[in-house]
Design a binder for this molecule. Structure first.
Ligand SMILES: Cc1cc2nc3c(=O)[nH]c(=O)nc-3n(C[C@H](O)[C@H](O)[C@H](O)COP(=O)(O)OP(=O)(O)OC[C@H]3O[C@@H](n4cnc5c(N)ncnc54)[C@H](O)[C@@H]3O)c2cc1C
Length: 346
């Protein structure tokens, strides 16, 4: 069994198959695993920030049980955070703190925990799938140094974002590609910024009311999350751009996106803080574009399979109920895919 994608859905599927004694191999093109639930680091491994999902919610009772286990294992913690809205040029605190969860010490801890004991090959892109005459799959891959190889397997689970899934399926299943046509995803530009200023008075999580010609949607004080090492003289911010602006500027050059978002943050911070920041010193700034950050319209089923083609699909676009529940949806979808596959094999 081969799984393409070591995000939460692919790893959830892998873990649940592994727990049922089914051998599984996971391939991911990323330098590190976790997909959209990962942490940007320097090449030396030093944490920069959680640049994908900053946190997640647990609404489903079975996912809540999984999260409780993660908390007991020390790779996750509850984060009851005071949420603020920036609206009409003022900060308004929501009545109740939001119950969120985060990976500890960083969001990618969850992926590493799920991957424990499983054969995961990162830094390897699946180029395509070819059906062999014996009915099995030949999976063509390319490593970061350009080396190509092939692997053989009976079933393929595609746990990538929908556009990539459609590319990989190609002509092998018109049923699956037409199913994915109904999924729509949103692009989000993310800025990571380390500032030599404690930014006293800036809340840990500020959501900027959408509308108008605003560019910034959310500011998260990444270094103020529980279990993070914090430098009292500096602040690490993760800034999510609005989905409208991100969509309109999808093809912007990275340097230009970084310049615009840095400038906008520099304008917004003094307004939020209510005082001028003299000589805002930026120690480090990086930008990342998530082409398919989250679904804006998904599919109600938890996963989808084409038994004849022996392809299974899972991911956060499945289990859709009005709004995206990101990490929870991905975990539930991967688990559902594993159950269907294990029952079919068993
Ligand atoms: C900016 C941002 C903010 C978010 N905020 C939240 C939030 O607050 N709460 C929440 O619950 N969720 C949030 N999410 C969503 C959450 O991160 C995702 O729902 C979840 O991580 C999706 O997991 P997945 O396994 O379905 O997909 P992914 O994490 O995208 O995993 C797919 C994997 O497939 C790999 N891949 C793709 N193509 C190939 C290929 N050809 N060969 C090999 N590997 C391949 C990728 O490298 C990736 O690792 C956010 C996401 C982003 C980007």
């Amino acid at each position: 069994m081969l799984i393409v994608g070591a995000g939460i859905s692919g790893l959830s599927c892998a873990k649940h198959l592994h727990d049922r004694g089914i051998p599984v191999c996971v391939i991911d093109q990323g330098y590190r695993i976790g997909g959209r639930c990962s942490t940007r680091r320097t090449y030396e491994g030093e944490v920069i920030a959680d640049h994908g999902a900053p946190s997640f919610e647990a609404k489903d009772p079975e996912f809540e049980d999984a999260v409780s286990e993660w908390i007991a294992s020390g790779i996750c913690t509850q984060w009851d955070v005071d949420r603020y809205q920036w609206t009409d040029d003022s900060l308004k605190q929501e009545n109740e703190p939001s119950r969120l969860y985060i990976g500890t010490p960083t969001m990618d801890a969850i992926a590493f925990h799920l991957a424990s004991g499983i054969a995961v090959q990162s830094g390897t892109r699946v180029l395509g799938l070819r059906k062999k005459t014996d009915g099995n799959w030949c999976v063509e891959t390319e490593s970061r140094d350009g080396g190509r190889s092939e692997a053989s397997c009976t079933h393929v689970v595609i746990a990538t974002h929908p556009r990539e899934a459609v590319r990989l399926i190609g002509d092998h299943s018109s049923f699956l590609t037409s199913t994915l046509e109904h999924v729509q995803t949103a692009c989000v530009w993310v800025l990571m910024m380390r500032i030599k200023d404690p930014l006293e008075g800036l809340p840990v999580l500020v959501e900027v009311s959408e509308g108008g010609d605003g560019i910034i949607a959310k500011i998260i004080r990444d270094d103020h999350k529980p279990s993070r090492a914090r430098d009292t003289d500096s602040s690490t911010l993760v800034i999510h751009a609005c989905s409208d602006w991100s969509a309109a500027n999808r093809d912007l050059d990275h340097d230009e996106a970084q310049r615009v978002l840095t400038e906008q943050t520099g304008l917004l911070l003094p307004e939020m803080l209510g005082y001028e920041i003299k000589d805002l010193r930026i120690d480090d700034v990086q930008v990342h574009r998530w082409g398919s950050a989250h679904p804006v319209e998904g599919l109600p089923q938890l996963c989808e399979t084409d038994d004849d083609a022996r392809i299974m699909l899972c991911g956060d676009a499945f289990g859709w109920k009005e709004l995206a529940l990101g990490v929870q949806s991905a975990w539930l979808s991967g688990r559902a895919a594993a159950a269907v596959l294990a029952d079919g094999l068993g």
